[in-house]
Design a protein around this ligand. Structure first.
Ligand code: ADP
Ligand SMILES: CCCC(=O)OP(=O)(O)O
Length: 353
């Protein structure tokens, strides 16, 4: 089976071609801020990113013949984890999604590419809106604002399965706290294969991150909204996109921040340490989901390459459970194996409604 994988992110478009389980081509196409800034909305980048993928396939002499195209899923309605066939309802909800994130393009590009190939299926798997929250985790202090699940579902589940395999266990038998340290940061409590609690890593919950504000003081936020100083769009960007490390330090690049710290930049150190402190507190809170007894804490995402960040986090949370570090992500492999499982019948194909 030949599978094309499409994974649009905020600063890159990742693509890969798999023959069954084997990646025969993988590429991360980086986008300058200036490349993307000409598009008012993320969905306006559809043609630009689709054509980059097609050009890359041509450049590699890879024939445009696939059994399936699978994309990173978008921010549609809350759904269970698994592989979904892309249908009209999913495309409609992705185009009209109220939340903006590059992942919305994954579904749209996969559907468009597959529609031009005879007998080719279009899928997404484990999108950011996977919702397996326990009822108790949904209740916030205001009935107007229930808690919701938006997180790095694809990578968290892929890393959980990798850890389970390495430890000759089943994901469904384990209790894990998994922390994805990326542009956004999510901390998920995985109870026997279900993410029963997790912060909304996209717009305003949990630790702050390279580009997200995380939980903010609510009263001050309301005052800011009505101050007349900011538009709705400005404030949204100050929660997601131009927040966190970007707002404090003007960069989301942790390696660059480490260089500043090494040169004696005290502000850079304070802000990075504050991010680490907030991540550790969220992990501590997640430990209470399991009454303090669980199998492991797993760190993943790009920032997990940073020894400084991981060492500081370990100091704060290693008393809770054994720690394992999986830098980067397994998203491309996870998407490919979901598509393969769907094509071979090993995995059920879910219909989005
Ligand atoms: N080698 C590295 N050392 C430190 N930080 C890194 C390294 N590689 C990537 N990062 C950081 O990881 C973050 C991006 O993580 P990534 O998992 O790629 O993002 P996303 O989850 O948004 O797809 C950025 O803040 C980047 O600076
Ligand atoms: C869509 C929610 C997951 C998320 O925050 O992803 P990034 O860190 O890749 O922006």
């Amino acid at each position: 089976m030949k599978i094309l994988v499409v994974n649009p992110g905020s600063t890159s478009t990742k693509m890969a071609v798999f023959e069954n389980e084997t990646a025969i081509f993988k590429k991360k196409i980086m986008h300058d801020v200036s490349d993307l800034s000409e598009f008012p909305h993320v969905t306006d980048q559809f043609k630009f990113r689709k054509e980059l993928i097609l050009k890359e396939l041509q450049r590699q002499n890879i024939s445009f013949q696939f059994d399936a195209v699978i994309g990173r899923g978008g921010l549609v309605k809350p759904i269970c984890g698994g592989v979904y066939v892309i249908n009209t309802a999913m495309r409609y909800d992705t185009i009209h999604a109220t939340r903006t994130h590059a992942c919305n393009l994954g579904c749209l590009i996969a559907a468009e590419l597959a529609s031009n190939i005879p007998n080719c299926k279009a899928f997404i798997a484990d999108p950011g809106v996977v919702d397996e929250l326990d009822d108790i985790a949904r209740v916030s202090g205001s009935p107007l604002l229930p808690r919701i699940s938006i997180f790095h579902a694809l990578n968290q589940k892929a890393i959980a399965r990798r850890f389970a395999k390495e430890h000759h266990a089943k994901y469904e038998d384990l209790d894990l706290v998994i922390c994805h340290l990326g542009g956004g940061i999510s901390v998920g409590a995985h109870k026997k294969g279900k993410v029963v609690d997790v912060n909304n890593a996209l717009d305003g919950e949990g630790p702050f991150s390279p580009e997200r504000a995380g939980t903010l003081p609510a009263g001050q936020l309301v005052d800011l909204c009505f101050s007349g100083r900011y538009s709705r769009e400005d404030l949204k960007k100050r929660i997601s996109g131009q927040a966190g490390l970007a707002a404090h330090l003007g960069t989301t690049d942790v390696a660059e921040i480490m260089c500043r710290i090494q040169k004696g930049d005290q502000k850079a150190k304070l802000v990075l340490d504050a991010m680490i402190y907030n991540v550790a507190k969220t992990i501590g809170a997640s430990a209470t989901v399991f009454y303090g007894k669980f199998d492991a804490i797993l760190f993943t995402g790009g920032i997990a390459y940073s020894d400084y960040v991981i060492d500081e986090l370990k100091k704060r949370v290693e008393f809770l459970a054994p720690i394992y570090v999986y830098p980067g992500e397994d998203e491309m492999e996870a998407l490919a194996s979901n598509a393969l499982g769907a094509l071979t019948g090993e995995l059920p194909i879910i219909e989005y409604k």
